[in-house]
Design a protein around this ligand. Structure first.
Ligand SMILES: *Cc1c(COP(=O)(O)O)cnc(C)c1O
Length: 434
């Protein structure tokens, strides 16, 4: 099928999943296998030399996972994709070909809390440093770049929501600095935003969220645009990305960029990244994610429509102090949302209750339709009070800086009947403030 001629909804259903040629099975088979029989010794040798494309062992590649990889690469407008066991694994795997001890990245301060945690406390154990900057001012990325900088990292639409990055401006600075821009596109999904169109090099996803859409399966993905020149040199004349464009000792001295061109990054991610780090996705999870993605466009449309109505309702609610949803005209990021998310500003946002911590806790204890839990992007509406859960361990000051002050509730608006969603919040707010 010629992907270029089809629309988003068509590709969400068909890309990567043609009928099975051996059985005629119309649904994607779940290839629940660890390994694959070689045709003969020559075939085996060619596979291990990366001279022929095929399957060896499911830590590296799997046909069900490959279908998801093809679909995600198509929807994001990328060249190749690697799926992983979780979104966090995708972030490590995504940076792995670029980094070495002493290297650093420049990342937005408005990232998902778990990502900031990973960057601040775990990357240093690899000898990687993360410089966290305020991405509202794209020039901050330029100021933070050094000879050792290997990537910029932002979220298109940030979790917990309400914050939109100026992807194009940051991509221009990345390009001028000779580094790839990684964009976490989890909250927007390619239905709402395609960062590669604005100059992003690599896209990372937690497929756990909207792509799967049903709250059943952990997973992650890295999509490569195929557009970055990995043979770029630093000012000292040495290659900036030796794992990709130099002899890679981890693969008998193979130069991936010379050999595979615009597929170098994706081949490296499978042949070295997944092989040596090992965070491969379970084929069953890839299968459930493929199933979920068939309805991605429909779901995102409804998620956004419901969220916009709920946000507008809460903004007028007497028990609510503020609402931080980029889709509201009053929001600071509304202009960026109109540019980068013209079909809707997603369905994750925060709001503040009058009465602070006590009222916030009572709201989560009073909801009936909403589930009080630590996830987003489910068909079901979800709520969490950060200060008493995900951000418990922080000081009051740190909580406020992270957008998780005592009054903050985060919603992930589902695709139920919107009147039911609003009625549930109304009754919970009434109970909490009684
Ligand atoms: C959930 C999330 C992650 C981490 O993904 P997991 O699948 O939970 O590992 C990363 N980035 C964003 C924006 C997320 O919402």
């Amino acid at each position: 099928m010629n992907d270029k001629t089809y629309g988003f909804e068509t590709l969400s259903i068909h890309a990567g999943a043609a009928p099975d040629p051996t059985t005629g099975s119309r649904a994607l088979p779940i290839h629940q296998t660890t390994a694959y029989v070689f045709e003969d010794a020559d075939h085996a040798a060619a596979l291990f030399n990366l001279q022929t494309v095929g399957f060896i062992y499911s830590r590296l590649t799997n046909p069900t996972n490959a279908a998801l990889e093809a679909r995600l690469a198509t929807l994001e407008g990328g060249r190749g994709c690697t799926v992983t066991s979780s979104g966090h694994a995708a972030q490590v795997l995504g940076l792995f070909p670029l980094m070495s001890p002493g290297a650093d990245i420049v990342a937005s301060s408005r990232l998902y809390g778990g990502s900031l945690q990973q960057m601040r406390n775990t990357y240093p154990k690899f000898g990687w440093a993360a410089k966290i900057v305020d991405a509202d001012e794209p020039e901050n990325f330029k100021r933070a770049v050094t000879e050792n900088t290997k990537a910029f990292f932002i979220e298109s639409l940030a979790n917990p929501g309400g914050v939109v990055s100026d992807i194009e401006a940051i991509a221009r600075i990345a390009e001028a600095s000779g580094v790839p821009l990684l964009v976490d596109n989890t909250l927007a999904t390619p239905y709402l935003c395609k960062p590669i169109d604005y100059g992003a090099t690599l896209i990372v996803h937690s497929t756990t969220k909207f792509l799967c859409g049903t709250g059943t399966s952990m997973g992650g993905a890295v999509v490569d645009s195929g557009k970055f020149d990995w043979s770029r040199k630093g000012s000292n004349g040495a290659g900036k990305f030796p794992s990709l464009a130099g002899p890679e000792p981890a693969y008998h001295g193979l130069n991936f960029y010379e050999t595979f061109g615009d597929m170098a990054y994706t081949f490296h991610s499978h042949a070295v990244g997944l092989r040596d780090l090992g965070p491969s996705q379970a084929p069953f999870n890839a299968w459930l994610t493929m199933l979920g993605m068939e309805t991605l466009g429909l779901r995102m449309e409804r998620h956004c429509a419901n969220a916009a109505k709920v946000a507008a309702h809460l903004e007028k609610h007497p028990a609510v102090a503020w609402v931080n949803y980029a889709g509201l005209p009053s929001n600071k990021y509304n202009k960026l949302a109109k540019k980068y998310l013209p079909k809707g500003a997603g369905s994750i946002f925060t709001f503040g209750v009058k009465g602070g911590y006590e009222v916030g806790v009572k709201v989560v204890d009073s909801v009936e339709l909403f589930s009080h839990l630590a996830n987003i992007g489910d068909a079901k509406s979800l709520i969490i009070h950060h200060a008493s859960t995900t951000h418990r361990q922080l000081s009051d000051e740190q909580r406020v800086a992270a957008g998780a002050g005592p009054d903050v509730l985060r919603l992930s608006i589902g695709i139920e009947t919107v009147d039911d969603i609003i009625a549930d919040l109304d009754q919970a707010l009434a109970k909490a403030t009684a």
